[in-house]
Design a protein around this ligand. Structure first.
Ligand code: APR
Length: 163
């Protein structure tokens, strides 16, 4: 089942939240900064052991002080006009995160709108890719609860229309 909410993803009460990280996995601004601030130093310490993450891939850590038990860090593409495989890399982010959640037998997962902030990915196209990829992966585990957690009004409106 897919759900839509407009809230701060650090408050998510389910099993895992997805972080829109950068390839260092050592924190940053936006949702990455919010998650690291809420999770505390333990998250940073574990991230340091992961050796980074390439765009389109995902790695899981504990949730530390967050309500969520796990954080699945994914690195979205930086938008460069659309001719550099950005759509495929973004789809891969959602696919890899869902694969990890399914492998771990998680019951629920929350996604932010990956790449649509600092990385400048157009929100309408990103929403299409996110929803289509998650719907496809849910066929493998229909009982999983997936939450799209929007923080800004524009994304929320887009997802509402599409869903
Ligand atoms: N909860 C949910 N969503 C949030 C939150 C939050 N607390 N804070 C920001 N967002 C939303 C933004 O509104 C945007 O829609 O997350 C989406 C992704 O924006 P960014 O956080 O800027 O992430 P991204 O565009 O993927 O850029 C990643 O930004 O923060 C740095 O370290 C990060 O270098 C990486 C880059």
């Amino acid at each position: 089942m897919i759900h839509l909410t407009k809230s701060d993803i650090v408050c998510f009460l389910g099993d895992a939240i997805v972080n829109a990280a950068n390839s260092s996995l050592l924190g940053g601004g936006g949702v990455d900064g919010a998650i690291h601030r809420a999770a505390g130093m333990g998250l940073y310490e574990e991230c340091k052991t992961l050796g980074g993450c390439i765009p389109g891939d995902a790695k899981v850590t504990g949730g530390y002080k967050l309500n969520a038990k796990y954080v699945i860090h994914t690195v979205g593409p930086v938008w460069q006009g659309g001719g550099n495989n950005e759509a495929e890399v973004l789809a891969s982010c959602y696919k890899q995160c869902m694969e990890i959640a399914i492998e771990m037998g998680l019951g629920s997962i929350a996604f932010p709108n990956v790449s649509t902030g600092v990385y400048g990915f157009p929100k309408p196209l990103a929403a299409d890719i996110a929803i289509a990829t998650v719907k496809q992966m849910l066929l493998l585990k229909p009982e999983m609860e997936v939450y799209f957690v929007c923080f800004d009004e524009e994304n929320y409106r887009l997802y509402k229309e599409l869903m």
